[in-house]
Design a protein around this ligand. Structure first.
Ligand code: LLP
Length: 415
């Protein structure tokens, strides 16, 4: 459930009509709902209340400081994949002691900074990374807390671009060889082994792959215990899907219940890294119809937002709900392709949507709070859009719209 609802024929973000937001901040813009972010974070926190746990929001889903700050105030941890994300978490008031560092390609400077601020754990994805981490921790005179990200070889049954837990994916260490790698890690002087980690994919709408992966991870943790390597936590990654249009993903409570049987008999703390399930339906992309173009075979609504603002439809053929902000209109409905001004055929936000539209109408692309702004670019020299957060009856500009001048401010010509 989210807090984007229609009142008196107008879609609102919490208590504010989206028409007011468009007037105040212009379009396109992302609009986030604080109450929805908090509700979703608490749903995870409550779902795992029977068990020691830490919810680490996956910053890649939405890294706006205001979003991170709202979650930090709830006591959230954070899953990061770069020093940029780490600095964002710190700037937003996040606790470095609750930061998990994931990712296959951590650079030395990134590792050093994370060691300096004292993060909770490095999710290590290769033997080379283990050696680098050991050396850098030695140089700084500290012990690096380590989990190995194992690749459990389960099929997440999601879009191939966002499946990560199969043997052929670049992520993690093959679960078959993980035990040997743990033994080698245990022999390195500047590492402290604290856990095990897996993340099998994103937008999963079925619980079976999660249960399957957890079974394999626990079996490995048990074998490690027999070898004298006692883990403190199991990090189960993120990946729980959301409803974009037709999907019926399980709620966090059902997810927790499905895992609880295996977890209950074990002493481990559980770490989770949800991104989409917290932020996805806590944001919309607000856009305006610039032109209607009626061809012989197709009707196009040309919007002021494009693939550079919201890449998911172009990249994953993502099917997000697109709704008019003001319900009543005297226009005739037609089947529209909702496209942007970018010079690519893949530049669409929705296809064959039956809508009654007039030029200048406002539309909301729902489910845009995760992997929306964070994946946006300046392609076609389009300034990135504004981000607004609504809290009850208050709307705050939490990121200014970029200016045209900022687009090339760091560029120069040859002398
Ligand atoms: N942990 C790790 C190690 C991850 O790689 C990811 C996502 C997450 C947690 C968070 O997953 P979530 O709970 O959000 O599913 N851009 C794509 C999604 C890419 C996800 C990458 N990794 C999209 O827009 O669908």
């Amino acid at each position: 459930m989210d807090h984007f609802n229609e009142r008196d024929g107008v879609l609102h973000a919490e208590d504010i009509p989206l028409t007011t937001i468009a007037e105040r901040f212009g379009t396109p813009c992302y609009v986030y709902s604080r109450a929805t972010l908090e509700r979703h974070w608490r749903a995870f926190d409550r779902a795992f209340r029977e068990h020691p746990h830490l919810i680490c929001f996956a910053v890649k889903a939405n890294s706006n400081l205001a979003v991170l700050n709202v979650l930090a105030r709830l006591g959230s941890g954070f899953d990061i994949v770069s020093v940029g994300e780490l600095e964002r978490v710190l700037a937003a008031g996040g606790d470095p002691g609750k930061v998990i560092f994931s990712g296959v390609g951590k650079r030395a400077d990134e590792i050093r900074r994370a060691l300096e601020v004292g993060i909770r754990c490095f999710n290590v994805e290769s033997e080379s990374e283990l050696l680098r981490l050991d050396r850098l921790a030695g140089e700084l005179g500290c012990k690096a807390p380590v989990s190995l990200r194992v690749n459990p070889d389960v099929d997440a049954r999601t879009h191939p671009y966002i499946a990560t837990g199969l043997k052929d994916n670049k992520f993690g260490i093959d679960i078959q060889s993980a035990e040997a790698v743990y033994l080698r890690a245990a022999a390195l002087p500047n590492l402290r082994i604290v856990g095990i980690d897996c993340h099998i994919g994103s937008q999963l709408t079925d619980l079976a792959p999660f249960i399957d992966a957890l079974g394999r991870v626990i079996a490995l943790a048990d074998r490690l215990a027999q070898s004298g390597i006692i883990l403190e936590h199991l990090d189960l990654g993120g990946g729980l899907g959301i409803r974009y249009r037709e999907e019926h993903p399980p709620e966090p409570a059902a997810y927790a219940a499905a895992l609880s049987y295996q977890l209950a008999s074990r002493p481990y703390e559980v770490i989770l890294e949800p991104g989409r399930a917290i932020a996805g339906n806590a944001g919309i992309l607000l856009t305006r119809v610039e032109y209607l173009k009626h061809g012989e075979h197709r009707h196009f609504a040309i919007l002021d937002a494009a693939m550079n603002d919201l890449l998911r439809p172009a990249l994953y053929q993502a099917n997000q709900d697109i709704v008019p902000v003001v319900r009543a209109t005297d226009a005739d409905p037609a089947r529209y392709d909702l496209v942007g001004p970018v010079c690519e055929t893949a530049d669409f936000l929705g296809k064959e949507r039956t809508l009654a539209l007039r030029e200048d109408d406002l539309l909301a692309v729902r489910g845009s709070g995760a992997y929306g702004f964070t994946m946006s670019s300046n392609y076609n020299s389009r300034p990135r859009v504004a981000e607004v957060m609504v809290d009850g009856d208050r709307a705050t500009l939490v990121r200014e719209r970029e200016t045209v001048a900022s687009l090339f401010a760091g560029e120069s010509v040859l002398p």
